[in-house]
Design a protein around this ligand. Structure first.
Ligand SMILES: Nc1ncnc2c1ncn2[C@@H]1O[C@H](COP(=O)(O)OP(=O)(O)O)[C@@H](O)[C@H]1O
Ligand SMILES: [Mg+2]
Length: 339
């Protein structure tokens, strides 16, 4: 990816959260425990790219999304938007960032004012960000509704009058109203029925292509990611373990964790979701603040003595990254690796 095309870049991003001390901790005078939600995450999202982050519940996806959108400050590393460190953005620059990088959440109701009609919600966004003058507002609202495929009548209704899928369309219209360059979509279809999930996923793909938007699509369900993304990053316990084009990742996962996910991910039965698989459920456990060794080694079928040292995410084939000491060996065993 060329440097000029990079919109968002995470460099060694880490984030900890403090947890409450247990009675035993207090009695023994221990410091408050911390959850290391992210540890040294590196990634770059290009303009117009569909980039997915997949990982089970608790692996750090939402924390990463919040660091990428400056809703959280990171404790270690930095996030750059068009080469500028988010930590240094102030005033008008910061407001411009929050316009260009929009986040859409799993629960659209949390982001929509229940007392406002859709017209009021969209009108406010258009006015605050000075997207168009008052005379242009009706046409702009019509354009937004067409984009998310909602009827004009939706303008006069309030959030409680819509279904979950329709609410997510409204949240998307609200995000699109300010003409963003990137939408970070955090589990936007997780709470929806499977048939509605497909409609929203298709809408995102269409919008991404039609508007030339970059989309960071975050999901715990591997099946959703396959069709949405150019590239996929796989998270496990706060770290990225593999990153590749969707095609290469699904054709030939290289990291042992990704291999387990793809080998075990059923294609049809919606009751079997990533994260409900017994052998990978450990990802939800908080990780110690200074983990030693590979985060996956307790569950890895290929574990070796060298895994006591933490592997970093490294280039293992053109366009492919994996955080595993054993991947070279893996590739040699599989002649098609690294396409
Ligand atoms: N605001 C917070 N305060 C304390 N712990 C948090 C907070 N947000 C996330 N965590 C912890 O960080 C870890 C990663 O959480 P999260 O980023 O929400 O994962 P995911 O979105 O993949 O389910 C979890 O252990 C979670 O409990
Ligand atoms: Mg989450």
């Amino acid at each position: 990816m060329s440097e000029t095309g990079t919109l968002l870049r995470a460099e060694g991003v880490s984030k900890q959260f403090g947890r409450r001390r247990s009675l035993l901790d207090v009695a023994r005078g221990r410091a408050p425990p911390v959850t290391q939600a992210l540890l040294g995450v590196n990634l770059a999202v290009a303009a117009g790219e569909a980039f997915s982050i997949v990982g089970e519940s608790g692996s750090g996806k939402s924390t990463l999304a919040r660091c990428l959108t400056a809703l959280h400050a990171c404790d270690g590393g930095r996030v750059l938007y068009r080469g500028r460190d988010l930590a240094g953005l102030r005033g008008a620059e910061r407001r411009a960032f929050h316009r260009k990088v929009q986040m859409v959440f799993q629960n659209p109701l949390s982001a929509l004012n229940p007392r406002m009609t859709v017209a009021q919600t969209l009108g406010e966004a258009l006015r605050v960000h000075r997207i168009c003058d008052a005379a242009g507002v009706p046409a702009e609202m019509a354009r937004l509704l067409d984009l998310v495929r909602l009827p004009r009548a939706a303008l006069h209704r309030r959030p409680h009058q819509f279904s979950g899928g329709q609410l997510q369309r409204i949240a998307l219209a609200r995000a699109l109203s300010v003409r963003p360059e990137i939408i970070v979509a955090d589990e936007v279809v997780s709470a929806l029925d499977v048939s509605v999930q497909a409609q929203i996923v298709n809408l995102l793909i269409t919008l991404q292509a039609r508007l030339g938007l970059a989309i960071v699509f975050i999901a715990h369900d591997l099946r959703l990611v396959r069709h949405v993304s150019h590239r996929v990053a796989v998270m496990y316990r706060g770290t990225l373990v593999e990153m590749a084009t969707a095609e290469a990742l699904f054709a030939e996962p290289l990291h042992p964790y990704t291999r387990l996910l793809i080998g075990s991910a059923p294609t049809l039965d919606p009751r079997h979701r990533l994260g409900q698989e017994p052998h990978v459920a450990a990802a939800a456990k908080p990780i110690p603040s200074e983990p030693s060794g590979c985060v996956f080694r307790q569950h890895c079928p290929r574990v070796q003595p060298c895994c006591a040292e933490a592997p970093s995410l490294r280039l293992v084939a053109p366009g492919r990254f994996a955080a595993c000491h054993l991947v070279d060996q893996t590739s040699q065993e599989t002649p098609h690796a690294g396409r």
